[in-house]
Design a protein. Structure first.
Lengths: 264, 248
């Protein structure tokens, strides 16, 4: 290949990559639209929905709770040491609360659920695909999208805000534990300051983010699982793809939603 | 009657079906033979709509399979998948009764379970198996559970994809006899894919050999040994030498 042709080849590769990325985006969008369109149409698989609520919500509680507890504690320490530079140590309770509720609770909770749930959904559905269980569902007159994907997406969209809410409380408690035991705050004053500076919109925006992140996590898990390649390698790739895509989309969606709430 | 006319299907550059034309009369048992990777499973999946053909026509009782009510169409079918494809999160009886507990003809749970247990008995599995999970069963038992699921709703048309693959000769004989009985007693139309020549002779009314993406030979099972087709002869006698390339 001549040197003159190199830029053209590079451009062609870039073009192919962009087209492939846009095609993938289109497929994900169509997949998401199909799921949303099925949510309100019968048949409804209530038993599967309850199972998924248990699996995604209840069983994610320990990991989300532990993440929130340690993050709240670390946040209190960081704000205290940073605030000491301009005599703002008193702001620890309010900043911990606002930081947890508006940002860290939903984002870290979403990322932890992405690691736990998107991987699990993608691996489960990917295995079902390679062992022809998804084909078997079709032959048994059952729409796999409706039976497998819809309950998972609805359950995650409902469960993650609940997890975020609980995580917020645990995170604030983590900050309070560190504030009272390590930074010599008065317990009553700490809690009073937490409550005083927290607004309803802080909580609502965090919970809304949680719902959006839950939708993203389950959507990516289902998409990558149901489009998994063959064999163990295909399922492995699907699992990795689901976690990476869910994590990146959560961070991107977080910025977009923060802009929306910030502008409102 | 199932009719395929000039069905083509390619996956990328790999042209699997290059004009398959085939008819299976109602109540007949057709066995499709052919080397690995010749598109036998793809053929069944095209009929079921799991794979969309690139071109050609597929009809069941004179109706194009791509038209009409899909649920009603699929309700006429039962399918035994090569690997069983049992839902491993469900108990055996729930697998068998899956169709019975969902859809427009939904039965009460107790009735669906009773039918499932009856179908399991029909394939030689006792009540004890009903509450186990598929992972707790041997390969042969899983195959029989899958067979019970395929016949649970008394389908008019049943597809069997490698029903005896991976089974010992005795269990293969049991499964072959079961399939033959089901076709005879239920009057179902059946298409079976197999490499096992013992199965072919036990199950088939007619045999079609798929090779090179087309139906190479089609005739009654009684004419299989005198087909005069070198491809069929090589396949049924398992010879390494012949027109079928052994390195594919």
């Amino acid at each position: 290949m001549s040197l003159a042709a190199l830029p053209v080849t590079g451009l062609a590769r870039l073009g192919r990559a962009v087209i492939a990325a846009l095609a993938e985006l289109g497929r994900v969008t169509i997949f998401a639209a199909s799921i949303v369109s099925h949510i309100l149409r019968p048949p409804f698989y209530l038993r599967e929905l309850l199972q998924q609520l248990l699996s995604i919500g209840w069983l994610s509680l320990p990991v989300v709770g532990m993440t929130a507890l340690f993050t709240g504690g670390a946040l209190a320490l960081q704000i205290y040491s940073g605030g000491a530079r301009f005599q703002a140590e008193f702001a620890v309770p309010s900043i911990v609360a606002i930081g947890m509720v508006r940002e860290l609770g939903p984002v870290l909770g979403g990322l932890m659920v992405a690691a736990r749930v998107a991987s699990s959904i993608a691996a489960e559905l990917g295995t079902m695909k390679v062992t022809e269980q998804i084909d078997a569902l079709v032959t048994l007159s059952t729409n796999p999208l409706k039976y497998l994907a819809v309950p998972r997406v609805v359950a995650a969209t409902l469960a993650v805000p609940a997890l975020v809410g609980i995580g917020d409380v645990i995170g604030i408690m983590g900050g309070w534990l560190v504030g009272v035991n390590r930074l010599d705050f008065n317990s009553g004053t700490y809690l009073h300051n937490t409550w005083q500076y927290l607004e309803t919109s802080d909580v609502v925006s965090g919970l809304f983010k949680g719902a959006a992140f839950g939708f993203i996590v389950a959507l990516m898990g289902c998409y990558y699982g149901m489009t998994s390649g063959r064999g163990a390698q295909g399922v492995g790739r699907a699992t990795k793809g689901a976690v990476v895509a869910a994590s990146v989309l959560i961070l991107a969606a977080n910025y977009v939603l923060t802009e929306v709430f910030f502008s409102a | 009657m199932i009719r395929l006319e000039d069905v083509h299907k390619a996956f990328g550059a790999n042209r699997v079906l290059k004009g398959v034309t085939l008819e299976v009369p109602r109540g007949q048992s057709l066995v499709v033979i052919g080397g690995s990777g010749t598109g036998k499973s793809v053929l069944l999946k095209c009929v079921l709509g799991l794979v969309t053909p690139d071109s050609g026509l597929i009809e069941v009782d004179g109706t194009d399979v791509t038209l009409g009510d899909r649920d009603a169409f699929l309700a006429r079918f039962g399918m035994l998948f090569q690997g069983g494809a049992l839902f491993d999160s469900m108990r055996v009886w729930e697998n068998v009764a899956f169709r019975l507990m969902r859809g427009p003809h939904q039965r009460p749970k107790a009735e669906a379970r009773a039918i499932a247990v009856d179908k399991l008995r029909r394939v030689g599995l006792g009540d004890r198996v009903a509450d186990l999970y598929p992972a707790e069963l041997s390969g042969g038992m899983q195959k029989r559970v899958s067979l019970a699921r395929a016949i649970a709703a008394d389908p008019e048309i049943i597809f069997f994809d490698e029903p005896t693959a991976g089974l010992d000769p005795i269990m293969s004989g049991v499964i072959n006899a079961l399939i033959r009985d089901l076709v005879t007693e239920m009057g179902a139309t059946a298409i079976t894919i197999t490499h096992d020549m013992t199965s072919v002779r036990a199950i088939a009314d007619s045999v079609a050999m798929l090779h090179g993406g087309v139906v190479r030979w089609h005739g009654p099972v009684s004419a299989l040994d005198s087909s005069g087709d070198p491809y069929v002869d090589q396949f049924i006698h398992g010879r390494a030498e012949g027109p079928i390339e052994t390195v594919r």
